[in-house]
Design a protein. Structure first.
Length: 181
């Protein structure tokens, strides 16, 4: 699938799981999309294993209207920081309100709980988020990759090949009527 006209936002802070940023980034850019790194603060972010990447914008400076899809990498420290940032919550919520594809992996689902967009949705995550997601109204399943109306979710870096394939596919399909708050 070719994504030549697509713009994809990656929302992270320091402490992200390196491969959960770099692998999907590579997948969408190889498919032709333009990727942008969005972070709550700073001009650069650092992953838990040392990967560094420049920040293109902050959530308060941009909106979902500027992008076609959102990717939320995991990493415990990253996900905890992102979910506590109100501008990041708003940014993530906008993608659902605009019916745009969202990919989330591992602990990245925490921000979706804070943004109140998982009620009635089916998704997976790192197993320790199972109860959090269920308490927020989601149906949690233990599968390599789950697609629910434009919401693509996976559990761990081991699932990245399947996650990347489905992420590119969902971005290529565009808006999904069932992708909503």
């Amino acid at each position: 699938m070719h994504l030549s006209d697509s713009k994809v936002a990656f929302l992270v802070s320091d402490g992200y799981e390196d491969s959960e940023l770099t692998s999907p980034w590579e997948a969408v850019t190889e498919a032709g999309a333009r990727a942008s790194l969005i972070a709550p603060n700073g001009s650069e972010v650092t992953g838990k294993n040392g990967h560094r990447q420049a920040v293109d914008a902050h959530p308060g400076e941009t909106s979902a209207a500027d992008f076609d899809a959102l990717v939320l990498p995991g990493g415990v420290v990253n996900a905890d920081r992102i979910r506590m940032d109100e501008a990041s919550q708003r940014f993530a919520r906008e993608f659902f309100a605009q019916h745009k594809p969202v990919g989330v992996i591992c602990h990245g689902a925490w921000i979706l709980i804070e943004a109140d967009v998982v009620r009635g949705r089916i998704l997976t995550s790192f197993p320790s988020l199972r109860t959090d997601l269920r308490n927020a109204g989601a149906e949690w399943v233990d599968e390599e990759v789950v697609v629910d109306q434009g919401l693509v979710s996976s559990r761990t870096p081991d699932d990245l090949p399947a996650f990347n394939r489905k992420l590119v596919e969902e971005i290529g399909e565009g808006r999904h009527a069932g992708q909503t708050v």
